[in-house]
Structure formats: C-alpha cells, structure tokens
Design a protein around this ligand. Structure first.
Ligand SMILES: NC(=O)c1ccc[n+]([C@@H]2O[C@H](COP(=O)([O-])OP(=O)(O)OC[C@H]3O[C@@H](n4cnc5c(N)ncnc54)[C@H](O)[C@@H]3O)[C@@H](O)[C@H]2O)c1
Length: 253
C-alpha cells in the first residue's frame, strides 16, 4: 500500500511505540487518526505529525470500551471519508506471578481483576478496533491493512500470564483476519517487539531490565522508531500478511 494520502488509525498514539508509528506514517504522507485514553494528552504526538505536514485528528477512546470504539471509528470514517490502516498498539502491563510463594507458603495468587485489566485492553481492545475498522474498510471498498502489536512475550514470559495470553491472542487474530479479510483486499499481520525504550519499560526495575537486555543478541533495547520502521514495511509490502514479524534483537532462542 502506498501510504500517501491514506488514513491511518493508531491506538495508544500519545507516546512510545504508537507515537513513533504515527510519525513514521505521517512522514510518508498518510493522514492520521490518533486514539488514546481521554485522560492522556496527545498534544506532543499531534504536533510532531502536523509538523511533517500530515492532517492529524485525535479521538478520545478507551479501546476496551465497545461503545467508545464504535463511536470513534464512525467519527473517523465521517471526518476523513475513508479508513485504510489500523495499528492496534494500545496496551498495558500488570505483571504478577500466577502463585506467589514465600517461605514455603502461598501468599498471593494473580487476582482476576489483574488478569481482566490486561485482557480487556490488550486483547478485547484489539478485537474491537479490528472489528470496527475492518467493517469500515469493507464499506469503503479500498482494501486496507491491520497491524496488531504483539510481543516476544507471546511465547510465554515469566510473571506475565495475562500479558502473554493477550499477546499470543493478538498474533493469532492477525492470522485469522488475514484469512477472512483477504477477499476484501485487507491484509493483517502482527509485530512482536522485544524490549523497547518507552515509558512501559521505564516502569521495570533496573535489574529486571538489565536481564532482558542481556538476553538479546543485540545487547540493547530497541528504539520505538525501529518498531515504526517495521510497521511501515508491513503497511507498504502487499505480500506481507498473516505473519508475525519478530523484532526482538535476537532475544528469542
Ligand atoms: N515497550 C516494550 O518493550 C514493548 C515490547 C513489546 C510489545 N510492546 C507493546 O507495544 C505497545 C505500545 O507499548 P509502549 O511501550 O509504547 O507503551 P506506553 O505505555 O509507552 O504507551 C501505551 C499507550 O497506550 C495508551 N493506552 C493504554 N491503555 C489504553 C486504552 N485502554 N485505550 C486507549 N489507549 C490506551 C496509553 O495511554 C499510552 O499512550 C503495547 O501494546 C505494548 O504491549 C511494548
């Protein structure tokens, strides 16, 4: 897909990987619909996209809320008159052991609300945005591309029952959508980053972060712009569909 003048929706676009993807698309001439939580300011991200000449609009939207997602996608379709690309990027972490044991005693189990919080945003949010965006793409009849941001954790990562389940799910959904939506010229794929320098990782303990960096052949964190480059590749390469692009610096064995 040629990105010039296409309409790209990026969720969780206020900062981090989402902001980098939005900017990379803007630099290739796409028009941007940036979604993020009502409580989060997207000003900086919008200013960067606009400074590269891109028409950019923002939409307050909690991706885990069905009514908000439906409304946001309807407004985007009405405001721009088309919808070509969706990047399901919004995500959160709420790590915890399935069962925590201290001195031989079970002291805590992973609370259901901690499981649900991550599944609601990372998995259900991706489902809702993917469903609504695909319906609009089909109505407009121009084809399209959907990119789900998965993670190296989709293979199962210590302390991440909820996150690993969600990230495996979004990679699987991209495969399903690639198969179901190909007849409408819609491609779907996912990206599985390793550890990327964003606020999400800044919340990790330094020793945990050092361990993750040591596990990567690249021996460093990825920059958000490197993930954005992968999103541009998937968007532009019409033969890339139904696959997960692993971008983890050689972390997975
Ligand atoms: N940073 C990493 O190392 C890394 C690695 C692999 C995958 N990822 C994935 O990449 C994506 C982006 O991560 P990041 O590191 O940029 O995170 P981040 O925390 O820096 O940014 C996430 C953005 O998503 C938004 N968001 C959170 N919940 C939302 C909701 N319910 N509705 C709408 N927006 C919401 C936040 O407000 C924020 O702007 C996530 O899906 C994350 O799981 C990150």
């Amino acid at each position: 897909m040629e990105l010039k003048d296409k309409v790209a929706v990026v969720t969780g676009a206020a900062r981090g990987i989402g902001a980098a993807i939005a900017l990379a698309f803007a630099r290739r001439g796409a028009r941007l619909a940036l979604l993020d939580l009502p409580s989060t300011t997207t000003d900086e991200s919008v200013a960067r996209c606009q400074s590269s000449g891109a028409v950019t609009r923002t939409y307050d939207c909690d991706v885990s809320d069905e009514a908000q997602v439906v409304r946001a996608c309807e407004r985007i379709a009405a405001d721009f008159g088309r919808l070509d690309l969706l990047v399901n990027n919004a995500g959160i972490l709420r790590d915890g052991l399935l069962v925590k044991v201290e001195h031989g005693k079970v002291v805590r189990t992973l609370p259901l609300e901690q499981w649900r919080a991550v599944l609601d945003v990372n998995l259900t949010g991706t489902f809702l945005c993917g469903r609504e965006a695909a319906a609009h793409m089909i109505r407009f009849g121009h084809g399209g591309v959907i990119i789900n941001i998965s993670s190296v954790s989709r293979r199962g990562n210590f302390g991440q029952t909820n996150y690993s389940a969600a990230k495996a799910g979004v990679a699987a959904m991209a495969v399903v959508w690639a198969k179901e939506l190909a007849r409408y010229r819609i491609r779907a794929a996912s990206i599985a980053p390793g550890v990327v320098r964003t606020d999400m990782m800044a919340a990790l303990k330094p020793e945990a972060l050092a361990k993750l960096v040591a596990a990567a052949a690249a021996q460093r964190l990825a920059e958000p712009e490197e993930i954005a480059q992968a999103a541009v590749f998937i968007a532009e390469n019409d033969f890339f569909t139904g696959r997960c692009l692993e971008l983890d610096g050689g972390m997975r064995v």
